[in-house]
Design a protein around this ligand. Structure first.
Ligand code: IFM
Length: 732
């Protein structure tokens, strides 16, 4: 397969989309796939992980750093950009095996041709570092000027976030220090420019003024010679060091472009040595899947131990750079089975934001921990009470995602349980994991109500994964997840107590909470868990079957405006059985072992035609469940929909004037789940992998690796034949 994507033309309509498709990154930052000469109009962004700001009443969003890659070429006084009318050819490529973005553009001038080739990488080995090489060749003797600087005119959705930016220079080192409005946060960016000294260019340098971070390099370039500029750039923030500029300046003394590139390539090879998948007989699926894995890795935090992956990864400020259930439910498995240390970091983020979740529970009158629907630093819930704007009145619409998606805490429980089950590592439980599970269980306990006329506990007034139906009672997904969370608290508490009684006693867990958790047995046996009816169908929530039964196409035909919101009070889906995304089907995937094949199939067949798949999280759950009832060819189109989400691009980029595009790491993670847990049917039993292969009929062979308790398993599946070997025991 080709480890490259490319485009050979430039047009303004694809700028937003290409920014995502050609994204590079390293978990610390994401750099949108825009060209050297582009500015904020082209949605240039160096998007930073885990550092946020709010301006006035705008949405709180992550910071974009000043852009240290801004470079413009001027030849014989004429600026040459991709927008110039004399472009003869243009190509933009992403090598996603190496995490390298390239561009090559040729212009025709009066005296001949000029070609610019540049490449850049966001080092995955040293996450503060960006490397760039910029080469110019001309077919005639030319006077060349290169403007190379740090662009402080930063693109924001709800900014501007910086009250001022101070620029500086020392020889070939440019610096900028951006000060966040009314806060002590700062972002420091350095750019060190070096020209290849083997060439004689008569270099004249005009250094920048303190209000502008651009150097100008003028030189005479002889025909057929190549001018080569390498830039090493660094980004630090006050999250890394109270004085990020000094830290960056110390760091830059130790780096060199070629060595940095080598380390970056080696780090990517290490990632691929565990992550690469081979699908013989389906090059489209193989390419899309590896490209999806690339996207998961450029978003994965490697530089710290308690950060998570936002719903739009590091592709920009969309969705407020916030963490949703997407991480635990869709992305975690990939990391669990390939780089468990990253899975631990994602979970640690939730453990470390427990205080925020407890505060939220209290605010809404519950006990325990109610995690943020859109979580930022400290567990702050960035979700607005008015997350949608009415297209007709332009007024904000009251939405209930933040207050009613109770299922979010259960995703955290599931992640901790899964991590513990697969690693057997008690340490994470001792260091906050058990307390987090207890607090989530307490939360669900406090959401239970017992109607006087019924002898069971119910959960009312919620939103399930299908966000089009708000404030419903007994959403099957939510009830099962609440039950699971409480059951997990009992089991985990008992386990820790039995195996580590002394540590358990010493743990700083509220005595009353641990007592209540141990006594949850009675409660969980009385929680209402909706069961399949005589036709094997589980009702999504109380009264769902009585709603108007129309198809998503009919709902769509009722729209009076293409961008109208389908859910909420007046939505075209709200009073119908049309759902936004997999809901009952997601629950069935999680608990497929307790349901029959008939149940799985019947619900799939009932709900799929009623699902709009309006979320990129939907298709992979349908693919999973189809594999569970042994219908891989039915699963295949849904798998492909998830796997090709990023490579295909497209999708909605704008809502009115607000940019809503970005990458979809949950779809990538979901596609990986389909491949490994769906088609290959992987499960671990007593530390041994067990497979129930269900490959699509046109696949000849599937090969992949997984890591479990330090062992790396090399797996090959051909038809029903599975073979695997343990190729290394890397970790103790
Ligand atoms: O978490 C999802 C949600 O389920 C549907 N809307 C988008 C969110 C972020 O991906």
């Amino acid at each position: 397969m080709e480890w490259k994507i490319n485009t050979t033309h430039y047009n303004s309509e694809s700028v937003a989309d290409n920014g995502n498709r050609f994204l590079i990154g390293n978990g610390y930052m994401g750099i949108r796939g825009t060209l050297d000469e582009c500015t904020k109009e082209h949605l240039v962004a160096v998007n930073l992980a885990g550092i946020y700001d709010q301006v006035g009443k705008g949405w709180r969003e992550p910071l974009n750093a000043p852009n240290p890659l801004w470079t413009v070429l001027v030849v014989n006084g004429e600026p040459l950009t991709v927008f110039s009318s004399n472009v003869v050819s243009h190509e933009m490529t992403l090598n996603f095996r190496a995490g390298i973005f390239n561009r090559k553009t040729t212009w025709r001038l009066n005296d001949g041709f000029v070609t610019l080739e540049s490449k850049r990488f966001a080092s995955i080995a040293d996450v503060h570092l960006i490397g760039m090489k910029y080469c110019v060749t001309s077919t005639f003797d030319a006077e060349v000027e290169i403007l190379a600087g740090i662009d402080g005119d930063v693109w924001d959705i709800y900014g501007p976030h910086y009250e001022r930016i101070e620029f500086g220079y020392e020889e070939n080192l440019l610096s900028s220090e951006a000060f966040v409005q009314n806060k002590s946060d700062q972002v420091a960016v350095l750019r060190q420019n070096r020209f290849d000294e083997r060439q004689a260019y008569d270099l004249e340098v005009i250094y920048p003024t303190p209000i502008q971070g651009i150097s100008s390099y003028r030189m005479n370039l002889l025909k057929e010679q190549t001018l080569e500029l390498t830039s090493v750039c660094l980004v630090y923030t006050t999250k890394d060091d109270p004085n990020p500029l000094i830290r960056a300046k110390n760091h830059i003394k130790t780096v060199n472009y070629e060595e940095a590139l080598k380390a970056h390539l080696m780090a990517w090879e290490e990632i691929w040595s565990i992550s690469e998948v081979e699908i013989s007989g389906d090059v489209e699926a193989e390419t899309a899947m590896n490209y999806s894995i690339y996207h998961l890795n450029i978003a994965a935090p490697r530089h710290c131990q308690n950060l998570s992956i936002p719903a739009r990864a590091l592709s920009g400020q969309t969705y407020k750079g916030a963490i949703f259930w997407d991480t635990e439910m869709f992305m975690l498995d990939y990391f669990m089975y390939t780089q468990p240390e990253i899975a631990k970091t994602l979970i640690k983020y939730r453990i470390d934001t427990l205080a925020g979740a407890k505060e939220k529970a209290k605010y809404y009158g519950f006990e325990g921990a109610f995690y943020a629907w859109e979580s930022q630093e400290g567990g702050f819930d960035a979700c607005s009470d008015y997350n949608v704007t009415d297209v007709f009145t332009q007024r904000p619409v009251r939405t209930y995602f933040k207050d009613k998606q109770l299922h979010i805490s259960a995703a955290v429980v599931k992640a901790i349980m899964q991590y513990f089950e697969l690693t057997g590592e008690y340490e994470i439980l001792f260091k906050g994991g058990l307390e987090t599970v207890f607090e989530c269980a307490m939360f669900y306990r406090s959401t239970l109500i017992k109607p006087i006329i019924k002898d069971r506990y119910e959960i009312h007034d919620v939103i399930g994964p299908d966000e089009y139906h708000e404030r419903v009672n007994n959403n099957a997904y939510t009830n099962y997840m609440a039950w699971y969370s409480m059951k997990s608290a009992i089991e985990l508490g008992n386990l820790v107590k039995a195996h580590h009684p002394e540590t358990y006693e010493k743990m700083d867990i509220d005595f009353e909470i641990s007592r209540k958790c141990r006594n949850l047995n009675e409660v969980i046996n009385q929680i209402y868990l909706p069961l399949p009816n005589s036709e094997h169908i589980i009702e999504q929530f109380d009264g769902y079957f009585k709603l108007e039964d129309i198809s998503p196409e009919t709902a769509k035909s009722r729209l009076k405006h293409p961008k109208e919101y389908w859910g909420g009070g007046n939505g075209v889906a709200s009073d119908t059985q049309v759902i936004k995304q997999a809901d009952v089907v997601t629950m069935l995937e999680l608990y497929h072992e307790i349901f029959s094949i008939e149940d799985l199939k019947a619900n799939w067949e009932y709900y799929e035609p009623r699902t709009e798949h309006g979320s990129s999280l939907s298709a992979c759950m349908y693919a999973m469940v189809a594999c569970r009832f042994n219908a891989p060819d039915k699963a295949y189109p849904f798998f492909m929909k998830s796997a090709t989400t990023e490579i295909r691009g497209g999708g909605k980029q704008w809502a009115g004037l607000v940019y809503i595009g970005g990458t979809h790491p949950a779809a990538s993670g979901g596609a990986w789940k389909n491949l490994i847990q769906g088609f290959a049917g992987l499960k671990f039993k007593h530390d041994e992998p067990v497979f129930t292969p269900n490959l699509p009929s046109h696949w000849e062979k599937l090969k992949f690796r997984i890591k479990h308790k330090g062992n790396v398993f090399n797996v090959t599946i051909e038809g029903e034949k599975v073979s695997y070997s343990i190729i290394s025991k890397e970790y103790p």
